[in-house]
Design a protein around this ligand. Structure first.
Ligand code: KG4
Ligand code: ZN
Length: 318
């Protein structure tokens, strides 16, 4: 059994996952409310909150079980907010060290991909993976469970970031992806047309569409309130269209037979409808969680006791 922790951004999470990929417990304490009034995650506030929540969340994940039942401890090592990562990393080290358990450092992106490897319907590589979250937008050629190649990435904002910034412009609060999704359902996606930048290769660019929304919203002025749903629908359509186009192109480019979508934006209902043939991560595993980290740990190398004590976190990939 693997005990996994995840604290890379504003979710404090712990999970118990078996070697076969069954989720026994998956606890996520979101700090979203805490950061909402700032309109985004405040790193120092996040670190402090992780510190308060990490042990209660681990205890809740263990439930009736004890650390006697655990044979490996996994944790997100990066990328993410460095102070937030360090809280989870140190907590995991202490737990593993106290029990002389092996330790599995996990890359957060590998974690998102591994959300597809859990029971009851694990996806087998190879597949093309669109990873779209608040911090990343990547097209990945996943060749084996723990081996993948980056085909494309965003040149500016991540897709989730574009949703969040759009939501902020529309006065929908933080984080705004789910709010845009909901409101778009009541709007007409053809009422406004937002341009989708097409950059060379298999990369993405979302800063233009955000600026376009800003200008349209500004011109509407007093009418903004009445047109909010239409704006949300048009804006969402533009982002989803860009994601779908590039994903389809990438699938053709590598001759992928399977396409999968993971990360917070994979929860988007319009994206799920537009890529109906693709495998989507289960809704509960789209946004950050520790079950996906435990899942990735099954395919990553464990560091034996006590060699992991000196491991550091990393804020960015590469
Ligand atoms: O994977 P995640 O929890 O965090 C990162 O690793 O970045 O993704 C969070 C992102 C946020 O930007 C949030 O607005 C977006 O996922 N999101 C959505 C939806 N639910 C969450 N975006 C669009 N539609 C949704 N339903
Ligand atoms: Zn994430």
């Amino acid at each position: 059994m693997i005990l996994a922790l995840e604290t890379s951004c504003d979710e404090t999470a712990a999970a118990l996952v078996t070697n076969a990929g069954e989720i026994l417990a998956n606890v996520v304490a979101s700090q979203a409310d805490l950061h909402a009034r700032y309109g985004g995650v405040v790193p120092e506030v996040a670190s402090r909150r992780h510190l308060e929540l990490v042990m209660p969340v681990v205890r809740e994940a263990l439930g009736e079980r004890t650390l006697d039942d655990v044979d490996r401890v996994a944790v997100t090592r990066g990328p993410g907010l460095i102070g937030a990562l360090l809280v989870g990393l140190q907590a995991a080290k202490v737990i593993a060290w106290a029990r002389r358990l092996p330790f599995v450092p996990v890359d957060h992106l590998h974690g998102h991909i591994a959300s597809l490897y859990l029971q009851p319907e694990p996806l087998e590589p190879p597949f093309l993976c669109l990873l779209a979250s608040g911090g990343h937008t990547l097209l990945l050629d996943v060749q084996e469970h723990a081996r993948y190649r980056v085909l494309g990435t965003t040149l500016d904002d991540a897709a989730g970031e574009a949703f969040d910034k759009g939501a902020r412009l529309l006065g929908l609060g933080y984080p705004g992806g789910a709010a845009i999704d909901r409101l778009a359902g009541e709007g007409d996606p053809d009422a406004f047309s937002f341009p989708v930048a097409r950059v060379p290769g298999l990369d993405f660019s979302f800063s233009g569409v955000k600026t376009a929304l800003l200008y349209v919203a500004r011109d509407l002025d007093g009418e903004l309130d009445r047109r909010r749903a239409d704006l949300a629908a048009g804006y969402q359509r533009a982002i989803v269209r860009a994601l779908v186009e590039r994903t389809t192109e990438a699938a053709e480019a590598i001759g992928a037979e399977k396409v999968a979508v993971v990360g917070g934006v994979a929860a988007n209902s319009a994206l799920r409808a537009a890529l109906a043939g693709a495998t989507f991560a289960p809704l509960a595993l789209c946004t950050d969680n520790a079950a996906m980290i435990g899942s990735a740990a099954r395919f990553a190398e464990a560091v034996p006791y006590p060699r992991y004590l000196g491991l550091d976190a990393y804020a960015s990939s590469g």
